[in-house]
Design a binder for this molecule. Structure first.
Ligand code: HEM
Length: 413
């Protein structure tokens, strides 16, 4: 445990620009103080050690239902203090990632079949076709903005295809997602919360219409799986709507960061990019290393259902626990030479997709999207280099994503 003087500053430090631009030196220094830290100012438990977070994230004594958090958004006190946040939280509650135990298994079970390895592998031609469309639009290359032109539109279209949402809706889904992603971020302003609530209401109306349409005219996509679960009574109406909304958000925002942050890692390490170009069998370990080195999420949440001993302290039931993934993924107790970006790293048990019962259901799909995105880009362009300064988004803490990544591309002739 750290001294009181050190403890008081953590919550403020993680909102600072210097931390948002490059959190790793600070995370390293904090991890060296100990694997778990209780921040007295915020009463949050931060976890920085890999073994400690893996154990905790996998334990049934830890859940994701924030209604059990004593300082949470669902308390009567929170309702008076911040009614917009309370309403947002309440409306977003009925989805798999926000519930524990049997309810979680019931909701997750609806989607599991669709994300099994064979089902994901069958999505490869669709993902490749979407990547090719975006690359075709780049012509012979030149100076481009990698996030807007490639990293962002590809995962959005892929997840929309899973639910047969037409391409004309991409910009609208993107706008709703952008507002919603900020909802529970510690840097979100009250105005942004109001905007998020409006976006959520519009998004829900659209999703309700989609569900109604597929009830009238059944098809054969993931939306029909959801509709079948609703009609069988496995999901109630609010659960059907919210799980679909959150799947559309979770299914693209995070994968944008895999492709965008990963590309930046490769561009900053040109010898690694050259190695990948020369030997494409490295693409799987390259994607894993991008995920480890620059995870798109800064923190993964748990709420203690029971008292939980970890490190040299006991986390009391009702506490909020946040795993710092940037620290966990560079823990020298688990990773050799952790500060080095190495696309051929053989042992890479990063926790970017979380762990245990809540492990990302879309992990296989995200990995495949990363592989396709990098392979298709390298097939098309013989030279790829940074063409200016990459800018991190500085208005959010939970996600670690790029606002802009200027690249210069030259085509294979
Ligand atoms: C690189 C891309 C991605 C990253 C980094 C990521 C990360 C995560 C994380 C950290 C969690 C919570 C894990 C935990 O608490 O232990 C999660 C859960 C989830 N993710 Fe992903 N995700 C990605 C892509 C996707 C995709 C493509 C989809 C769907 C199309 C998806 C859907 C979900 C869902 C539905 C959950 C909730 C699972 C549950 O509650 O059981 N994610 N993801």
């Amino acid at each position: 445990m750290n001294t009181v003087a050190e403890e008081s500053s953590w919550w403020d430090t993680i909102k600072k620009q210097s931390f948002l631009i490059d959190p790793y030196p600070q995370l390293k220094a904090w991890r060296e103080l100990g694997p778990v830290h209780h921040d007295r100012a915020s009463d949050v438990y931060f976890v920085l050690g890999h073994n400690e977070f893996a154990k905790l994230a996998r334990s049934p004594k830890m859940g994701r239902d924030t209604r059990l958090w004593r300082g949470g958004w669902a308390t009567p006190e929170a309702k008076t203090r911040d009614p917009v946040c309370y309403q947002l939280f309440s409306e977003m509650q009925p989805q798999m990632i926000n519930v524990n135990g049997a309810d979680h298994q019931r909701m997750r079970g609806v989607f599991e079949q669709a994300f099994r390895p064979a089902a994901v592998a069958a999505m490869a031609p669709m993902i490749e076709a979407e990547a090719v469309k975006l690359l075709d639009a780049m012509g012979n290359g030149g100076d481009l903005e990698f996030i807007a032109d490639y990293a962002a539109p590809l995962p959005l279209r892929v997840v929309c295809n899973l639910f047969e949402i037409p391409a004309e809706m991409d910009q609208q889904v993107l706008a709703w997602s952008d507002s919603m992603i900020r909802v529970l971020d510690i840097m979100t302003t009250p105005e942004q919360r109001k905007e998020a609530l409006e976006a959520l209401h519009e998004f829900k109306i659209y999703v309700r219409e989609l569900i109604a349409e597929h009830r009238r005219n059944p098809g054969n996509c993931l939306l029909d799986t959801l509709v079948a679960a609703f009609e069988a009574g496995t999901l109630n109406e609010e659960e059907a709507v919210m799980n679909l909304v959150s799947m559309l958000i979770a299914g693209h925002e995070t994968t944008v960061t895999l492709i965008g942050n990963g590309m930046l890692c490769l561009l900053r390490n040109p010898e690694q990019l050259a190695a990948l170009r020369a030997d494409r069998s490295l693409v799987k370990t390259a994607v894993e290393e991008c995920m480890r080195y620059e995870p798109g999420g800064n923190m993964i949440l748990r709420v203690a259902i029971e008292d939980f001993p970890v490190g040299d302290l006991v986390i009391p039931a009702g506490s909020l626990v946040l795993g710092f993934i940037g620290a966990v993924n560079r823990d020298p107790a688990v990773f050799a030479d952790p500060e080095r970006f190495d696309i051929s790293r053989a042992k890479n048990p990063h926790l970017t997709f979380g762990a245990g019962a809540y492990t990302c259901i879309g992990a296989g799909l995200a990995r495949l999207e990363g592989e396709v995105a990098f392979n298709a880009l390298l097939d098309r362009f013989s030279e790829i280099e940074l063409a200016g300064e990459a800018r991190w988004r500085l208005d959010r803490m939970n996600a670690r994503s790029l606002e802009c990544l200027p690249v210069r591309l030259r085509r294979n002739m």
